[in-house]
Design a protein around this ligand. Structure first.
Ligand code: UT7
Length: 325
């Protein structure tokens, strides 16, 4: 009988641009306060890419760290998937640009666009490739320069987001790794969280509102809370597991109140949720791999621990992954 194949995490890496924008800095830009931002979101600061620094630049740095942790050469990679909403160019994909930086040639490389759920989507796709024997070593990256699609005069959105990248190397293994992934979308909520213009729609818009992120925050908040607890339940049921079996919640970092609400519904203690939102703000597809990398590097997440990764974002899209680290 053939041995079951799992996608096992071989290494992780994270990268944040040098420049930090604090709540105090934002107080000088829009009508807001450090107190409001902390109380409503938990955010204290965010990192912002330097002029000319691109999503691929951030992705490359995170990837080099993941390769180093895994003790692998880039030549071992046989598939690259980059989740991003802020690609360097219309085309080629950021994954192709990243492949070039790594000086490898020929392996498939493509981007996934699922906004804040992008990394979980990419992880799910990577897992299918490994389970079916189509790939043995997959680089999965979530990378964003969201600062480029933010209206810095809109207090409803500009305080919430930051730039960054997180990378994970998955290897085919007979030892347990990703146990299941669950991804969903519902396009009827398009207008609650979106950038109105793009390449095909309103391509030459010079309206700042059309070129940047628009969000009906409160409605998104309610949907996120309900959807995330539903997907956690779906994930545990699919694996015949109980809430108590989870060691770590590695959530999308949009709002501390959403993370705490989800952890509470899972009966997890506050410190079983990996939290980076206070330092990074919402980095969309980069937020889950950045949080994962941080908790692995500081020793909280240990081999054998059970991890629940989850995310919710524009689309709406949402997803989860249950992983034995
Ligand atoms: O990653 C993708 C998924 N995204 C999310 O999950 C984000 C979900 N949404 C949220 O995290 C929250 O809804 C926000 C943090 C965006 C907003 O918090 P809220 O508690 O839902 O506030 P609100 O939108 O209901 O606004 C409350 C008040 C409003 O004033 P009035 O109308 O009550 O006078 C806003 O104008 O807060 C005001 N406000 C601000 N005040 C100071 C909104 N933004 C700010 C601000 N500073 N930056």
């Amino acid at each position: 009988m053939n041995q079951k194949v799992y996608s096992r995490i071989a290494g992780t890496g994270g990268y944040l641009p040098e420049k930090i924008l604090t709540n105090a800095d934002l107080e000088k830009m829009v009508d807001t306060s450090d107190e409001w931002i902390r109380e409503r979101t938990g955010i204290e600061q965010r990192h912002i890419a330097a002029e000319g620094q691109t999503t691929c630049d951030l992705a490359e740095q995170a990837t080099l760290k993941a390769l180093d942790m895994a003790g692998l050469e880039a030549s071992a990679i046989d598939l690259i998937i980059v989740a991003t909403t802020t690609p360097d160019k219309t085309f080629p994909s950021t994954a192709c640009l990243l492949q070039q930086r790594l000086a490898i040639h020929g392996c498939p490389a493509f981007d996934i666009q699922a906004v804040c759920s992008g990394f979980v989507y990419a992880l799910s796709v990577a897992d299918q490739f490994i389970k079916t024997g189509m790939a043995k070593c997959v680089l999965v990256v979530g990378a964003e320069t969201l600062s480029r699609i933010i209206n810095w005069t809109d207090r409803n959105t500009c305080v919430l987001f930051g730039d960054g990248a997180g990378a994970v190397l998955l290897e085919a293994s007979e030892q347990e790794g990703i146990l299941s992934t669950h991804i969903h979308a519902d396009g009827q909520y398009e207008d609650l969280l979106h950038v109105p213009s793009g390449i095909s729609k309103l391509p030459s818009s010079d309206s700042i509102e059309e070129r940047t992120m628009n969000m009906k925050g409160n409605e998104v908040f309610k949907m996120a809370i309900n959807t995330l607890s539903r997907i956690a339940k779906e994930t545990l049921e699919a694996n015949g597991l109980q809430k108590e079996d989870i060691d770590w919640l590695v959530p999308h970092q949009a709002n501390l109140r959403i993370i705490n609400g989800t952890a509470k519904k899972l009966k997890l203690s506050a410190d079983q949720a990996v939290i980076t939102v206070h330092k990074h703000a919402n980095t969309s597809s980069a937020s889950v791999p950045l949080a994962l990398d941080e908790a692995i590097r500081d020793g909280r997440i240990q081999r054998g621990h059970m991890l629940l990764l989850e995310a919710f974002g524009g689309g709406f899209t949402w997803g989860s992954a249950l992983i034995r680290y």
